[in-house]
Ligand binder design. Structure first.
Ligand SMILES: Nc1ncnc2c1ncn2[C@@H]1O[C@H](COP(=O)(O)OP(=O)(O)O)[C@@H](O)[C@H]1O
Ligand SMILES: [Mg+2]
Length: 251
């Protein structure tokens, strides 16, 4: 069974940035191959990983819903083949982009075929990293029912942290089996006030989340993004600090 790690949180908190940094971390630790799943309908993780997208899983779903599958193959094999074609392969990691969630709301065979192929695919990797959207639509609909680490990312302010706590409630309501539910408070000021610390502790206690730690606001990130520099080439404080937190996941 692969070790699955997923990032959740409201938009703009840093899920995609941290997902990319975690991919980089695993590669540096020589813990590969990694399956990276971009489960945000507004996908952009590929940019930080320096790869181009060709097909998303939702495009495959549309194609299957139209029903044009070749006659010489079983539907099951065909779905598996298409999912494999959608996979962007690199030396150390492969990226799969989900695209938008199913809009028709039907739990039809197509859905079952896709979940099945995705689960089968995941089982080929020791590590799976999933970058999410806030709604967790994909997590609840696809076979992501069990996870080793679910990391909630929040902004460094009271409302953001409270939102993090409520996401923990949602995770539990969705009955996702999570071995470790963490909180990272991202884009924190250089000096974290005692008030912010004690508020964070209060919320993590109330919602039964483990505080992984605080990460700083890093002014270099904007420049890297503007220049389209993949995360692997970043040499900056956020990477060092994120790696320190990722080390704690295994302690
Ligand atoms: N620690 C940080 N310091 C500076 N900028 C950050 C930091 N974390 C994220 N950002 C920036 O904030 C924006 C949103 O981050 P992103 O990872 O895309 O969030 P999400 O995936 O949660 O929507 C991006 O422009 C990103 O570069
Ligand atoms: Mg994102």
């Amino acid at each position: 069974m692969p070790i699955k790690i997923s990032f959740v949180g409201k938009g703009g908190t840093g899920k995609t940035t941290l997902s990319a940094l975690l991919v980089n971390y695993f590669i540096d630790q020589k813990q590969t191959p990694i399956l990276v799943v971009d489960a945000d309908p507004n996908f952009n993780l590929n940019e930080l990983l320096g790869v181009e997208i060709e097909t998303t899983l939702s495009e495959i779903r549309e194609e299957l819903l139209k029903g044009d599958t070749p006659e010489f193959m079983s539907r099951y094999d065909y779905v598996e083949m298409r999912v494999n074609e959608a996979l962007i392969e690199t030396k150390d990691f492969d990226l799969l982009v989900m695209g938008y969630p199913e809009t028709s709301g039907c739990y039809c065979p197509v859905h079952a075929f896709l979940s099945n192929s995705l689960e089968k695919l995941m089982n080929n990797y020791p590590y799976v990293i999933i970058d999410n959207e806030a709604g967790m639509e994909h997590i609840s609909r696809l076979n992501l029912r069990e996870m080793e680490h679910l990391i909630i990312v929040s902004d460094a302010n009271p409302r953001g942290i409270l939102t993090g706590g409520r996401i923990a409630e949602l995770v539990r309501a969705l009955k996702i089996q999570v071995s470790n539910l963490w909180l990272i408070v991202n884009q924190s000021p250089e000096i974290i006030s005692e008030d912010l610390k004690s508020y964070t502790e209060e919320i993590t206690k109330k919602y039964n989340i483990k505080l992984l730690g605080f990460l700083p606001e890093d002014p270099n990130i904007l420049n890297y993004e503007l220049k389209h520099i993949p995360v692997f080439e970043w040499q900056t404080l956020l990477k060092t600090k994120a790696y320190e937190l990722f080390n704690l996941l295994w302690e």
